[in-house]
Design a protein around this ligand. Structure first.
Ligand code: SAH
Length: 266
């Protein structure tokens, strides 16, 4: 067997179905002029298809021994570079001056930090295709009004149009994970005018602090205003006093955050 045993430590579940691998890569719409960053090359099932496209490919793999095996496998491909680092620490400018596309079948535990990374470098990213645990993918792609609407969906959808493009049965991976996976496609969108991102982020996080509580009660834990003052703010921005965070659209949060611009948020 050419590759060593899967490592629990890096949450390794390798895709084994070549048909699914091709469908995932197709979502990226690559041309030879593109630069692609791959997160977690693993045993190289996506890497091989990406390499064939002729695009310039950087495949980042944290596991030293897998990275070594990938280097050997792709040593004759001069459009492919295997990099043995933690992707979350990558600064894209070190590898690529302009835009790039991003792809990965990634472990559940790096999904949240990876979405932070994506938002940080969003100006450089022209498309993203991420496969992760289905529940998390549903959360990121859901809209307001349901139980999945959460800070991570809001922050991502402020800058990207997000679509869940397919479900991948757990049996397509080895070892078989406990849950199904889902592939997300992110395309940059014109986005929203958010004057003060830090402030917006704090208000959104505070609003969702306790999901079952009313918005006004969550906000009152974060800002030094009385419940009556907070209710007056909600009414001023066109919201009901008894609204919950999950009912608010991105536009609602933007209007709400503007009201707290000059306040000291904890
Ligand atoms: N893309 C392959 C591998 C999926 S498993 C496939 O579809 O089969 C996830 C891979 O990500 C593993 O190889 C694991 O070692 C790697 N990985 C996990 N955390 C990482 C990180 N922070 N940076 C780079 N690679 C990571």
């Amino acid at each position: 067997m050419p590759f060593k045993k899967p490592q629990k430590r890096f949450s390794q579940n390798f895709l084994t179905d070549p048909g699914i691998a091709r469908k995932i890569v197709d979502q990226l719409g690559i041309s030879p002029a593109d630069t692609v960053f791959e997160i977690g090359g693993g045993r190289g099932i996506l890497t091989s298809i990406l390499a064939e496209s002729g695009a310039r490919l950087f495949s980042f793999e944290i596991d030293r021994s897998l990275a070594g095996e990938l280097k050997e496998k792709f040593k004759d491909r001069d459009n492919v570079e295997i990099v043995n680092v933690d992707f979350l620490k990558v600064e894209p400018e070190q590898y690529q001056a302009g835009e790039f596309k991003l792809i990965g079948n990634i472990p559940y535990d790096i999904t949240s930090p990876l979405f932070h990374w994506i938002l940080k470098y969003r100006g450089l990213i022209s498309r993203v295709v991420i496969t992760t645990q289905r529940e998390l993918a549903q959360r990121i792609s859901s809209g307001p009004g349901g139980k999945n609407w959460a800070p991570i969906s809001i922050f991502t959808q402020c800058h990207f149009k997000v679509r869940a493009v397919m479900t991948i049965p757990s049996g397509a991976f080895y070892p078989k994970p406990k849950v199904h996976s889902s592939t997300l496609l992110l395309n940059p969108s014109a986005g929203y005018e958010i004057e003060n991102w830090d402030n917006f982020e704090k208000i959104v996080r505070a609003s969702f602090m306790h999901r079952r509580k009313l918005l006004v009660n969550n906000l009152s834990e974060a800002v030094a205003l009385s419940k009556e003052e907070l209710e007056a703010i909600l009414v001023r921005v066109g919201l009901d006093k008894i609204v919950r965070a999950e009912q608010l659209s991105i536009e609602d949060f933007i209007r709400l955050a503007r009201e707290f611009k000059s306040l000291d948020l904890s």
